[in-house]
Design a protein around this ligand. Structure first.
Ligand code: IMP
Ligand code: MG
Length: 189
């Protein structure tokens, strides 16, 4: 028999996510009036990036990077899909879904600096500060969140739930126990 399920809760609805993209877009466009290269981390940032980029009426180029964690405690990171653009001499803003331990962001910023970027800054939809292992500066933050697993709006658990329109909080054990039933629940059906 399955265990009783924890409640699911909406963290941010589509309208609130759109407001975050507008706010951060306006900060980025005033900081980079001459243009910027946005480097989005796949796959979790896709919805956020799509909303953010349409709030940037400045010269703007997009590129994507995919990383994968491996090793003991998955504390090491390697590149799975590298940049296509040459970022040397460019101002780069990296766009992430969530900064948790800070390992991914640290790796990303170092990689882009090594490629000779003129400047780097980070833009994260969510900031889970309580789990940080490495100190990182995030110049543009959508929202600080508690130590809860979030899915939807691009964020996954085991590659599911990215297509939920809003961001929801749910227990990973519940999500894994009955993925299809939980999807219906998260959609409010
Ligand atoms: P970090 O290297 O620990 O900061 O991990 C950041 C990455 O872990 C993010 O880019 C996400 O892909 C993933 N991640 C961390 N927390 C969550 C979550 O609550 N939901 C979905 N993905 C998450
Ligand atoms: Mg993931």
């Amino acid at each position: 028999m399955s265990q009783p399920q924890q409640p699911v809760a909406t963290l941010l609805e589509a309208e609130e996510l759109a407001a975050i993209a507008r706010r951060l877009g306006s900060e980025i466009r005033s900081d980079y009036p001459d243009g910027v290269v946005l480097v989005a981390l796949l796959k979790g940032s896709i919805c956020f990036l799509a909303d953010l980029v349409r709030q940037l009426p400045i010269p703007c180029e997009l590129d994507f990077l995919a990383l994968s964690a491996y090793g003991d405690g998955r504390t090491r990171v390697r590149v799975v899909k590298d940049l296509d653009l040459e970022v040397s001499g460019r101002d780069v803003v990296v766009v992430l879904d969530i900064v948790d331990t800070g390992l991914t962001l640290t790796y990303l910023l170092r990689l882009i600096a090594l490629r000779g970027a003129r400047s780097t800054a980070a833009c994260a939809l969510l900031d889970r500060q309580s789990r940080r292992l490495l100190p990182v500066e995030i110049r543009y933050v959508g929202q600080v969140i508690n130590d809860e697993h979030v899915v939807g709006y691009g964020l996954d658990l085991d590659e599911r739930y990215r297509n939920l329109p809003g961001l929801q909080v749910a227990d990973p054990a519940d999500l894994r126990a009955e993925p299809s039933a939980m999807f219906e629940r998260l959609l409010g059906r």
